[in-house]
Design a protein around this ligand. Sequence first.
Ligand code: PLP
Length: 391
Amino acid sequence: MPPASAAATPASSAGQFLAPVFSQYPLEVAAAHGVWLTNSRGERVLDLYGGHAVAALGYGHPAWTAALARQAQLCQFQSNAVALAVRARVAERLVRFAQLPESCVFFVNSGAEANENALKIALRTTGRRRVAAIEGAFHGRTAAAGAVTWGAQQKWYGFPRAPFDVSFIPRGDRAAIHANITRRTAAVIVEPVQGVAGAVELGEEFLGALRARCDAVGALLIFDEVQCGVGRTGQPFAANLYGIVPDLLTTAKALGNGFPCAALLMSPPICAQLAVESLGTTFGGGPMACAAIEAVLEAIESQQLLARVRHLGALIRESCIVGPVSAHQGAGLLVGLRTTRPAKAIQAELLECGILAGTASDPHVLRLLPPFILEDEHVELLRDALRELPA
Ligand code: PLP
């Protein structure tokens, strides 16, 4: 079936019982397979957004689906109060995948929760009260994660005060690194490639300077790889891409391919300071989540998806600077396409052509976060659609 010529479909029900907190695309998804969504009119839409970077294996991946079905039949849930082979196995696999040997893993349920725990650990282990973050960053909507999110105070934060002192470092500003990270700083939290901001690479030099300054003053470096991790840059994590080892690394989204889960990886000295009750969760590390993570890591490795991400990322950058797209940014399949007109208008025009893309907090960036199983022909569909749009 060809892609929809007019894929914009209003929701079939008004959803009046849902909290009115999301602006939604004019698209109701009834089903999905591979890299294709089917809307409620039965038309296909090419998904280049992957549910905010989540559907790394696309939809209905056979091994992922089978792993969840198998685990559901075996045992759908036990908390961390009991040992589970799948949990122990997947923790080891994640540490090996990340190439951070001797690390330990704490599984949670969402990116914000992983960041909340990372910040708590950093403040506790250093005994300090200050955190530095980067301008443009997004780290989640909970009390601590929201406190280090750029612009949250003005837009939606809602808590009367942040749980610690926060300062923001302008991107690329080496002098500000010195001024903002001192012997009173517990941690620096950074997305190595900023996602919501529009796929903004902070670069090896800036990230290396953060690492060096943290080492000099005894602060901990937290990489938030909730969006840019688990293969999205074409390496297991952006930490591998830039050759910089953080003290704590958080990840979520693609980790479960849609089964809610997240993880916090911690360096050996931090692991050594943890004790029973330092951290806790009911659902984190549940067997269904662990089965999903195991299937994702297995598919990335056995299907050589990291190489595919690198290839597709390069192909998009080579071929899609056409029509209203003037430049590209980001890494791997975290792609920012810089647009000559407001990205929201181009997003709407692409949806009319049967292609779903995302936007970013930068109004002139179209953000692509497609499944890693995308094929060259799908990139050609995007290129052809963009070419037809007014520049
Ligand atoms: N950190 C980053 C970099 C993100 O992009 C997001 C979500 O977009 C989060 C944290 C929050 O993750 P979650 O929505 O799973 O809490």
